[in-house]
Design a protein around this ligand. Structure first.
Ligand SMILES: [Zn+2]
Length: 104
C-alpha cells in the first residue's frame, strides 16, 4: 500500500499515532528498530530527530523506497550514523538555492 499518510510528526511532549490517533508521550531517543504503538500495537518506528522532534513511520504504509531505506538503516547503520545522515540531508535541503517541494 502506498499513501501519503505513512508518517506522523510530533514532539517528545506528544505525537498522535498515525494509525489510532492516540497521543504517545516521551518517545525518547531514536529507535531505528521496528517497535509498536503502545496503544494499537501497529508496527512502527519512532525517530527522535534533534532536541524535540519525533517522527513515527509505519512501514506497511510507506513507499517501497522508504521501506528499503528503513531496511538499509537497520542493517548497515548505527543510530549515530543514522542521525548524522539525517543531519546531512537536512543541511543539503536547507542549502539548496531553489526551494522545491519533494515529489510525493
Ligand atoms: Zn497506535
Amino acid at each position: 500500500m502506498e499513501s501519503n499518510n505513512w508518517y506522523a510528526v510530533g514532539t517528545q511532549a506528544g505525537i498522535n499515532c498515525l494509525n489510532c490517533n492516540s497521543s504517545i508521550v516521551e518517545v525518547g531517543y531514536t529507535h531505528t528498530d521496528t517497535g509498536v504503538c503502545p496503544y494499537c500495537k501497529t508496527p512502527c518506528i519512532f525517530y527522535g530527530i534533534g532536541k524535540d522532534n519525533v517522527i513515527q513511520v509505519i512501514p506497511d504504509y510507506a513507499p517501497d523506497s522508504f521501506r528499503k531505506f528503513i531496511s538499509w538503516v537497520q542493517t548497515d547503520l548505527s543510530e549515530m550514523e543514522f542521525l548524522f545522515l539525517i543531519g546531512a540531508i537536512k543541511r543539503i535541503g536547507r542549502d539548496l538555492p531553489v526551494a522545491q517541494n519533494p515529489p510525493d
